[in-house]
Ligand binder design. Structure first.
Ligand SMILES: [Zn+2]
Length: 307
């Protein structure tokens, strides 16, 4: 097993075999004892005790007793208990609030993934992505007919032309490019929450492209730098809405920056010492992403000469 980053480390058994039995699934989707992971408008329900948060699971019977009939997916089995998930975005907030107890709160999933245990963050990446995929695929891309969830939400089938569709995962390459003691970091447009924050260059892998080809193309497009020796480092599920970040290191073959001003606000070379200070949050001129993001781990591995 390689590096386990936030949003991976999910210990749930996804019940691949049991999912083939639609009668078994419909039993679990109506069992009042099944535990439900609850979302509201893509925020996840947690229990907050002082500053400590854990995912809040509500028995299905308790949700239904408040007059709410949720649309459910089957997440899987954890320690002999069945877990389902729902997003209550079709219900008015006043109605949703009736299922909450003291300390229960809906929070954004990025914060939740950062603060929850690794395994609970992993449950979010599985359930949030799958709920969103089901919600956005209610109609067939071939004939426009209505689709129906199958296998507890792991596939959908068109009721008209019977086309089957399966949840997507979008691969995104993210790379630290180095040239000796310097590394290449950038600021993409529209992400300027802090003016001095720089991160790895990243982009979606195109169709018909290997990871190495995607790295070479994206780095050239975003910075004008030609790269060689692309090496895989680690990956991370990123449930916004369903990406898989593929983290790499690469070496620069050229060093003159010529970045795409349409996509990038700034791209620069930074010395290892500046980056080490930024990782210690003691550099006023440079900040790097926090440890929730694979970018942090890629930058740190290069700066500390782990790779
Ligand atoms: Zn169809």
């Amino acid at each position: 097993m390689g590096k386990i980053l936030k949003f991976s480390g999910n210990n749930i058994d996804r019940l691949e075999v049991q999912r083939r039995d639609e009668n078994w699934i419909s039993d679990k989707l109506s069992d009042p004892d099944s535990k439900v992971i609850v979302y509201n408008k893509s925020k996840v329900l947690v229990k907050k005790i002082f500053s400590n948060i854990t995912l809040k699971f509500i028995p299905l019977g308790d949700i239904k007793s408040k007059g709410i009939e949720p649309k459910l997916i089957l997440v899987g089995d954890l320690s002999g208990e069945i877990y389902l998930a729902t997003d209550l975005n079709d219900f008015a907030d006043e109605k949703v609030n009736t299922i909450l107890s003291d300390g229960d709160e809906f929070i954004d999933c990025r914060t939740a993934g950062d603060e929850l245990s690794l395994s609970q963050g992993g449950i979010i990446s599985q359930s949030k992505s799958q709920l969103e995929w089901n919600r956005k695929n209610g109609f067939c891309g071939i004939c426009g007919g209505k689709t129906n969830g199958q296998r507890g939400g792991q596939s959908r089938k068109c009721l008209t032309c019977e086309t089957e569709m399966f949840p997507r995962t979008d691969p995104v390459m993210i790379t630290v490019v180095s040239d000796g003691d310097y590394c290449l970091l950038g600021q993409s447009k529209g992400r300027l929450s802090k003016l001095n924050i720089y991160s790895c260059l990243a982009g979606f892998v195109d169709q018909g492209e290997s990871i190495e080809e995607a790295v070479s193309r994206e780095i050239m497009e975003e910075s004008g730098i030609k790269v060689k020796n692309v090496n895989y480092y680690a990956s991370q599920p990123w449930p916004f809405p369903w990406s898989l970040m593929i983290g790499c290191h690469a070496e620069a073959e050229t060093n003159e920056i010529n970045y795409d001003e349409h996509e990038m606000h700034s791209v620069k070379w930074f010395h290892r010492d500046e980056v080490l200070d930024a990782l210690k949050e003691s550099n006023d001129d440079l900040s790097v992403p926090g440890s929730i993001a694979i970018a942090h781990h890629l930058i740190k591995a290069w700066a500390t000469k782990e790779v």
